[in-house]
Design a protein around this ligand. Structure first.
Ligand code: DAH
Length: 341
């Protein structure tokens, strides 16, 4: 029996040392120490021993069990450590691989132009005001001295929001002239940029939604000379110091006199080319002296105060500045386009 126990010790310790994974180690443990294991089998024969031999063999069997148990325990710890090391090695992060950049957005080209224009006006002492896109027709038309039969009031031209044609999507930023005078009072010097809506089919130069910048100056003694001086200065800031302008008579219901302002085509110098559609001139804004009726409607005495107003299209400005040929590109938000600015 002594030889049997010693053989079990030797074989078990070898097997434990050779176990390469924890599952294998477990089956070694079961084979030698389990209920049906080899050591148990030997112990079952203890009854056959003489009373003198029994305690000696019992002691030896206990020693063997303890030795194998502790060998299994320390091998298990070794294997666990090895497994952890392998796992860590497999999961190492290669910090030399360049990181994946998350793409940074940037300002839309049209808003870059808008910010430049705001800057120009702020430097001239103008305030920036914003107003509602859902507007009352009283503000969009009536208070702007627009006759009841004016074509712009037609349902075919304007997005109305009720059967009575009382609410609409503003067709121009001009209602902000009224809101500004009513809420702020005079004297006033403001610009108001924002979205406007018209029932236009989409093509290279039209969209049912676009942007305008409205301007209004009302004070004592404001004349057409102020209008021309200010707008010339602004246009030269935007288009360059040598830009030639032309003030052409026009009609708007809310200004009298009214004009449209053109710049001489910078491409052909006025001779006519595709950029200016052969005209030699490019229209950039509408303007005029605020109609006395409009002033009076806002509680401003036209015998004391006078003013000028102007409105310009923002998309056209951005298209000119960035040489964009198709308006649709501005709204499609295709990053291949936007990334160029
Ligand atoms: N609201 C006009 C339009 O959409 C543009 C305009 C013309 C605005 C003359 C003005 C102005 O303030 O004085 O066509």
């Amino acid at each position: 029996m002594k030889e049997q126990l010693e053989a079990i010790r030797t074989q078990a310790l070898e097997a434990v040392a050779a176990a390469a994974a924890s599952a294998e180690l477990e089956s070694v443990r079961v084979r030698y120490l389990g209920k049906k294991g080899e050591l148990t089998a030997v112990l079952k024969q203890m009854g056959k021993l003489s009373p003198e031999e029994r305690p000696v063999m019992g002691q030896l069997a206990n020693d063997v069990r303890a030795a194998v148990e502790s060998a299994v325990e320390s091998r298990a710890a070794e294997l666990a450590e090895k497994a952890m090391e392998e796992k860590l090695k497999a999961e190492t992060v290669d910090i030399t691989i360049p990181g994946r950049r998350s793409p940074m957005g940037h300002k839309h080209p049209m808003y870059t132009v808008l910010d430049e224009i705001k800057e120009i006006f702020i430097n001239m002492g103008f305030e920036i005001m914003e107003g509602p896109e859902i507007e009352q027709s009283a503000y969009n038309f009536t208070k702007l001295n627009t006759p009841d039969d004016h074509p712009a009031r037609e349902w075919s031209d304007t997005f109305y929001l009720d059967e009575e044609s009382r609410t609409l999507l503003r067709t121009q930023t001009s209602p902000m002239q009224i809101r500004a005078m009513e809420e702020h009072g005079v004297p006033i010097r403001m610009i108001s940029p924002g979205r406007v809506y018209r029932k236009d089919e989409v093509d290279a130069t039209h969209s049912p939604m676009f942007h305008q910048i409205e301007g209004l100056v009302v004070d004592k003694g404001i004349t057409m000379a102020d209008l021309k001086g200010t707008l010339n200065a602004v246009i030269r800031e935007i288009y360059g110091p040598d830009t030639v302008t032309r003030f052409r008579p026009h009609h708007f219901p809310f200004t009298e006199p009214s004009c449209e302002v053109d710049i001489q085509c910078h491409k052909c110098g006025g001779a006519g080319c595709p950029t200016c559609k052969g005209e030699g001139w490019i229209e950039v804004l509408g303007a005029g002296m605020v109609h006395p009726k409009v002033l009076r409607g806002c509680g401003v005495d036209p015998d004391v105060y006078s003013g000028y107003a102007f409105g310009m299209g923002l998309e056209r400005l951005a298209m000119g500045q960035f040489k964009i040929s198709d308006l649709r590109l501005i709204f499609e938000n295709d990053t291949r386009f936007l990334e160029q600015f």
